[in-house]
Design a binder for this molecule. Structure first.
Ligand code: SF4
Length: 389
């Protein structure tokens, strides 16, 4: 390996698993801009060392519980307004029916997604909660999670900035939870920037929720959105913030790296998609910064090339649904699981199905929840092949 990207001292640091500093990472990024191959191969050495030749995914159903949202991010097409065709206000009956269908499809994860505290802004959301017998979205989510467990699916809730008590309650039924950091930059919340009209995306607010998840020992999924007008320094600061949280609490189970794709009905519709080489460089940098972390890219957002990310450091495809759309990116359908399997094999990786919690975090959840997973669990703590295939 010729050391154009790394000086020999930082390369040794990295391969020994020592933390690289902010300054070192910025230097590595700038050295790798013209030819990132050495960066990619180093990320791949670390990936193989810590994750072997497996790549995981979670077989899921996406429950679009309520897509009213009190915020307004410039890139978001998920959020609906009352009266819009895409508005979703799932009833208990609809949730139960979808859970039953998901079980027939042998899904493992019930992904519960909502907009940000919809009842604080929309009367329609309060009315919907009332009709179903609840006063808050989080109460409804607790109920939905209980039904999911009864039906044999494992809940993973991603409902924005929940407070400490709400998360504490949801921990009883959710094997993990999710909240994207998106980016730690205050600049991206200024006028004209993507998070200007999204109070919940203020970095301080997001970090507080992630801190709370650490205090509560919730296996947590977080991540960043790449290509929304950020600088590389802001990306690196965001990844370092995630690394710091994990060092403090040990509860970040995976980092999602999501590439921005413009949506035709949003304020950012004319912005370009995240550049693939830039995105791959960030994937590789993430592996170098967090060698043991589970690092995920969504395969549907790089439909033609997702398998090539296996050689820059990822070890997970995230949730893939055989029956529901990706409501956050509705124009990108999920690849078929068989196809992902074939593409992973062609790249010399074994596709394995995991629970919405990674095996190394099982000790974070109650014995009762752990026991529920036993029936369909193999000796690696993953889902038995005969169940998901
Ligand atoms: S990305 Fe989330 S917080 Fe932002 S508008 Fe969409 S649903 Fe609301």
């Amino acid at each position: 390996m010729n050391n154009l990207v790394f000086d020999s001292e930082s390369l040794n640091h990295i391969l020994e698993g020592k933390n690289v500093s902010n300054q070192e990472i910025i230097e590595i990024y700038h050295n790798a801009i013209t030819d990132p191959n050495e960066l990619f191969s180093t990320a791949q050495i670390l990936r193989k060392k810590h994750k072997g030749n497996s790549v995981t995914f979670s077989k899921k159903a996406f429950f679009n519980i309520v897509n009213l949202c009190k915020d307004s991010c410039s890139y978001c097409t998920y959020k609906a307004e009352p009266g819009e065709e895409k508005l979703s206000l799932m009833s208990k009956q609809q949730i139960t029916e979808l859970l039953e269908l998901a079980k027939k499809y042998r899904c493992v994860e019930a992904l519960f997604v909502t907009g940000e505290q919809p009842e604080q802004r929309y009367q329609e959301a309060s009315d919907w909660l009332k009709e179903n017998g609840f006063t808050s979205t989080s109460e409804y989510l607790i109920h939905a999670s209980e039904i999911a467990l009864e039906k044999g699916l494992f809940p993973h809730t991603n409902a924005g900035n929940l407070n400490f008590e709400e998360m504490k309650e949801l921990k009883k039924t959710n094997v993990s939870m999710g909240l994207m950091l998106e980016n730690i930059s205050e600049r991206l919340t200024e006028k004209g920037m993507p998070h200007y009209l999204a109070g919940s995306k203020r970095p301080k607010a997001r970090l507080e929720i992630l801190e709370n998840s650490g205090k509560l020992k919730i296996p947590m999924t977080t991540g960043i959105l790449v290509g929304i007008g950020e600088t590389i320094e802001e990306i690196i600061d965001s990844l370092l913030a995630i690394r710091d949280l994990h060092e403090k609490y040990g509860n970040i189970q995976e980092v999602i790296l999501q590439n921005f794709q413009p949506k035709s009905d949003t304020r950012m519709k004319d912005e370009p998609s995240a550049d693939e080489k830039y995105f791959k460089t960030i994937v590789a940098l993430s592996r170098i910064m967090m060698p043991e972390m589970n690092i995920q890219i969504p395969p549907n957002l790089s439909p033609k090339s997702y398998q090539s990310f296996l050689s820059v450091g990822i070890n997970d495809w995230g949730g893939i649904s055989p029956l529901t759309p990706d409501f956050v990116n509705p124009e990108f359908s999920w690849p078929e699981i068989d196809k992902v399997d074939e593409n992973s094999k062609n790249a010399e990786f074994d596709l394995k199905c995991r629970f919405p919690i990674y095996p190394e975090f099982f000790s974070f959840i109650s014995k009762e929840l752990q026991d529920k997973m036993e029936d369909i669990q193999n000796e690696e703590g993953l889902v038995k092949e005969e169940y998901w295939r």
